[in-house]
Structure formats: C-alpha cells, structure tokens
Design a protein around this ligand. Structure first.
Ligand code: ATP
Ligand code: MG
Length: 253
C-alpha cells in the first residue's frame, strides 16, 4: 500500500520514489541509484511528466529493432528492477529478448536479489548471475565490466535503461546496437545510443509493451523501414526543443 496521499500534486512522482526506497530496503537499489533517480526527476519535471512525441517515435524504432534483432538483450540494474519488474518480463517475452542483470556497482548479493525479484514477477531465465558464464569487456572508467557470454556478449541489440555513459560507449565499441532510456537528452548515454528514448522508464516500458503487441503483427519489411528512418541526433534535438518550448511557455504564464 502506498503511503502517498492521492491528492498530492506530485503523487505519481512520489509513488515512484517510494518504489525506489522500497527497492533500497530490499537490497536491489544502491544509494547512488537514489541520487541518479533525482537527476532523472529534474528532467521529467521539465518534460511535464509526460511522454513527448519524439519519445514515442524513439519507442517505435526501439521496439522495431528489438523485434528484428537475432539476439536482443535487456540489461537490468537495481533501479530498473525496482521500478518496472513486471514490465521488463512482459516486454522480454513479447520481443523474445533475454534478461541480463548488469550492475555498475556490482555485488553477488545484489545480483541474486535482483534475479529473485524478477523471477517473482514472472521471469524464467535470468542471465548475468552465474560466474561460469561470465566474461569481461574493457571499459574506460570502471576498467572492466562483467557480462554474460549467453547474453550481452552474443547479442546484436541491447536495451540499456538508465545506463552510465562509459558503459554505453563500451557496448557500442563492441559493435552492438544500443537502445537507451534516459530522461536526460544531453547525457553521454543518450548521445552514444543508436536510439535514445528520452522519457521516464515508468512510462516508456508500458508504451513499449503496447507497441510490441502492435508491431509484432507487421511484416519485417515495415519494421526495417521504421528502424532505418530513425535519426537519433535529430530526435535528441527534438526532445531538447520540446523541453525548451515548455520552459518558454511556463516563463510567459
Ligand atoms: P552519462 O554517464 O550518460 O553522461 P550521468 O553520469 O549524468 O550520465 P548516470 O548517473 O550515469 O548519469 O546515469 C543515470 C541516468 O539515468 C541519468 O542521465 C538520469 O537522467 C537517468 N534516469 C534516472 N532515473 C530515470 C528514470 N526513472 N527514467 C529514465 N531515466 C532516468
Ligand atoms: Mg555517468
């Protein structure tokens, strides 16, 4: 049961915070995850806490690519698990993606807690948890990153919600197509991605599920067209303009 009053003007935002704080108590989320969420919230405030037209376009292209991919993988960290566990599992089923636990602040205990939490929400196979399938890829800041040979290593398309810029870059250098979900259109992650969805993960995941239900009925040729016509740079500029226009309007009210 939520502790937030229904009539509070920021009720939805506070309920999302509650989920993260609960995630922290269950050992899914680390303190850094709480502060990273705060950075996201600030951008969401500017967006007016709704999904822009450019985010919808990115969502469509992202789902098309995941459906076209041979080995799509969804990378899950503590915040993602705390915020949208059931949605991750449902999307993975719809686009036939593998789910891999992949943490910036890695710890065996937290990996296992996240995998358990995802299983509770209907996941069957969770990668990234068994040492015998682990390997390491080079990274700039944190030096090495652990990945699963059956997951990210073998993947062609990776969905990385709420990811750090160095890690996004590292995956890109491995030749993967990268789909990011990041409220900050200026972050290195959003710019390194092939497709960046500038939206709150709590809104974009349900929209991705809806979109996957629709697009999975379409011919591959149509999906290819959707993916080819997407331009990440142009779309990020549109997201920034959306924020700018909203601030302009607010400043005139
Ligand atoms: P980068 O490393 O990409 O330059 P950063 O260092 O500013 O970005 P990180 O802490 O590495 O940020 O990653 C967290 C990112 O996740 C932030 O850009 C933040 O906007 C985003 N974020 C946090 N919470 C959410 C959320 N609920 N939905 C979408 N994005 C979020
Ligand atoms: Mg970072």
């Amino acid at each position: 049961m939520s502790r937030v009053t229904k009539t509070h003007p920021r009720a939805e935002s506070l309920r999302i915070r509650e989920r993260l704080v609960d995630g922290f108590k269950y050992g899914l989320v680390v303190p850094d995850g709480l502060t990273a969420h705060g950075r996201g919230e600030a951008f969401d405030y500017i967006l007016g806490e709704r999904t822009s037209k450019s985010a919808r376009k990115a969502i469509e292209a992202a789902v098309a690519e995941m459906l076209l991919a041979k080995h799509p993988v969804i990378s899950v960290n503590g915040n993602v698990a705390a915020l949208v566990p059931a949605e991750i599992v449902e999307l993975a089923k719809l686009v036939e993606a593998k789910i891999e636990v992949n943490l910036f602040h890695g710890s065996k205990k937290r990996e296992v807690a996240i995998a358990k939490y995802l299983r509770k929400h209907g996941a069957e196979e969770i990668l990234g948890v068994y040492f015998k399938f682990s390997t390491w890829i080079p990274e700039i800041n944190s030096n090495r990153r652990k990945v699963d040979r059956r997951g990210i290593v073998a993947s062609d398309v990776v969905l990385i919600p709420l990811e750090d810029g160095d890690r996004a870059d590292a995956l890109r250098r491995l030749g993967k197509r990268i789909i990011a979900i990041d409220l900050n259109p200026m972050s290195r992650t959003a710019r390194a991605a092939d497709i960046a969805i500038v939206d709150n993960i709590t809104r974009s995941l349900p929209l991705m599920i809806e979109t996957a239900k629709g697009l999975s009925q379409k011919p591959r040729e149509e999906l290819r067209k959707i993916s080819e016509k997407f331009d990440n740079r142009g779309n990020l500029k549109a997201s920034l303009r959306f924020m700018l226009e909203r601030l302009e309007n607010l400043s005139r009210e």
